[in-house]
Design a protein around this ligand. Sequence first.
Ligand SMILES: [Zn+2]
Length: 208
Amino acid sequence: MRDTSFLATGPSLLELVRRANGLQPRDARAWVLHPGMSFGSRATWWSKGGARPTPHEGIDLCFYRDQQGGAHRLRGGAAVPALREGVIVGVIPDFLGRSMIVQHAVLDREGDALCTIYAHTLPAAGVQVGTRVAQGEVAAFVAEVGPKGSGAGPHLHFTVALVPEELDCQRLDWAQIASPEGVTLIDPRPLVGPVEAMSEKAWTGWMD
Ligand SMILES: [Zn+2]
């Protein structure tokens, strides 16, 4: 078992997203996950019946429910906080925007660097490689993406990765992150806060 315990020592990503966006607990009680949003999934959730080319490298956060059960969508422009304090070691392109790579000041027992990655975003003003971010500090904003129907729409992809010393964190790209050799990907689900599952069947209508 690899050591990612540092990440568990604080608020969930949902709680930090609420704070960063001025929401109360009653406004966002839980994320709603389609099966294709989960870590390791081979399914897509933005098109009917498609498959991902590689197992999902993280978790997709897009929809959430309020206390009354009302459904909401994370908008383009929503603030994205760092889960824990760290240093921005990469701002790399992805297919919907930029990915912010935050390295935390923790090495696991095997000497791997612990990183969290916030994809499909745009960096906040003044945030660049070398910027130090505090827990909960807004590092980026969810990228506004294309017209409706062209794909998933705005969402936050969140990855937790252990990066071996021989791979320089400052030179990481998505091909390396997704490659089974080298980087070890961790299921981020325990860190994102309460999650409510949604079946494929119930999903129909949500994307319209
Ligand atoms: Zn994703």
